[in-house]
Design a protein around this ligand. Structure first.
Ligand SMILES: *[C@@H]1O[C@H](CO)[C@@H](O)[C@H](O)[C@H]1NC(C)=O
Ligand SMILES: *[C@@H]1O[C@H](CO)[C@@H](O)[C@H](O)[C@H]1NC(C)=O
Length: 323
């Protein structure tokens, strides 16, 4: 006897007498049955809504540059924010062909990174924030010290760290990054000026003590520093090796509930550059272990906000003033 014929026989069997009893039970509680169906539907609808919500409105994640890859150049074009575009339109030769961002691992060489990392480490021996974020600004001399800033050019012992190699490498790397910005955004490099603040940063997982230690808040550079038009970063240590956490994150919004976090994983010698307007809202993740070193090199199109190379001088008369 085949299986199907067994089923057939069972079906036929239940058709006489017995099923009527079940039917009677069902008929005696119509309200309960209706309610069950209603609940089942509700659960289904809520379930679908939750799935739709999390697939549609969740924050997406995208890796723009991972630590493992070595990039010649990766770019992403964006629409300029309205305010940024209106402002930069005043500076002929400095208007980007497109707003956006780029990453390149080919602008700065490993030997140059070694020199700059050595300079940073030497400088931070004279001062560090007691929270997680220290800065060393060789233009103004500002160096984090506990919960305040001191002037590194007022420390006689610090003179020894400013070797000719340090100074020349700093200037040369700045020039190469300026050229990379000019090429990528198709602007004239001579229409671009270095601006304040340009600084080394040293980030750790120590608990923040002041607002200066809280580097992880999303922000727009143009709103934080009015002079900025193009922001660049040069990473001096490796994500995943020298430190964990501390990725750079752009937050791209296409509507209120449609966000994408776009990650740059720091890598020795990696340069990232972006237009400083609201099209590039960003933050840095908190470092969870290790030490993250980088340099922020900022450019303006407004010559009034231009600043020169650091003097690396301890001479009170022509040494930089602490800003
Ligand atoms: C969210 O934004 C992305 C990128 O702009 C777009 O491709 C996608 O269709 C958007 N999704 C929704 C649900 O709006
Ligand atoms: C902070 O980082 C150090 C290593 O740099 C690690 O040993 C420690 O566990 C970290 N602390 C926290 C709270 O994550």
């Amino acid at each position: 006897m085949s299986e199907s014929s067994v089923r057939q026989r069972k079906k036929t069997g239940t058709s006489d007498g017995k099923p009527r009893k079940a039917k009677t039970t069902q008929q005696s509680l119509p309200g309960v049955n209706q309610q069950n169906k209603m609940w089942a539907r509700l659960v289904l609808i809520v379930g679908i809504a939750v799935v739709v919500y999390f697939t549609t409105f969740r924050t997406r994640e995208k890796k723009f540059a991972t630590q493992r890859e070595t990039l010649e150049l990766r770019t992403q074009k964006l629409d300029c924010s309205k305010l940024y575009f209106e402002e930069i339109a005043k500076y002929a030769g400095c208007i980007p062909a497109d707003c956006g961002r780029f990453v390149s691992d080919k602008v700065v060489g490993p030997a140059e990174v070694d020199v700059l990392l050595n300079l940073a480490k030497s400088g931070f021996r004279f001062g560090r924030s007691s929270g997680g974020a220290s800065i060393l600004d060789l233009h103004s001399g500002a160096l984090s010290k506990d919960t305040q800033f001191i002037n590194i050019y007022k420390i006689p012992e610090a003179k020894a760290i400013f070797s000719a190699e340090h100074i020349n490498t700093y200037k040369h790397v700045k020039d190469k990054i300026q050229l990379a910005v000019a090429e990528n955004f198709k602007i004239n490099k001579d229409a671009l000026f270095l601006t304040h603040p340009t600084f080394f940063s040293r980030l750790t997982n120590e608990t923040a003590k002041t607002i200066h230690d809280e580097y992880w808040h999303p922000h727009v550079d143009k709103e934080t520093y009015n002079s900025f038009h193009y922001t660049t970063l040069l990473y001096l240590t490796d994500f995943g090796k020298d430190f964990t956490g501390g990725r750079f994150v752009f937050i791209d919004s296409a509507g209120k509930h449609n966000k994408t976090n776009v990650y740059i994983e720091p890598k020795r010698g990696r340069v990232s550059g972006f237009t400083s307007g609201a099209e590039n809202l960003h933050h840095v993740e908190q470092v969870s272990a290790g030490v993250r070193y980088a340099i922020t090199i900022s450019f303006t199109c407004n010559q009034e906000h231009a600043m020169g190379d650091p003097k690396f001088s301890l001479d009170e008369d022509d040494g930089p003033e602490l800003m």
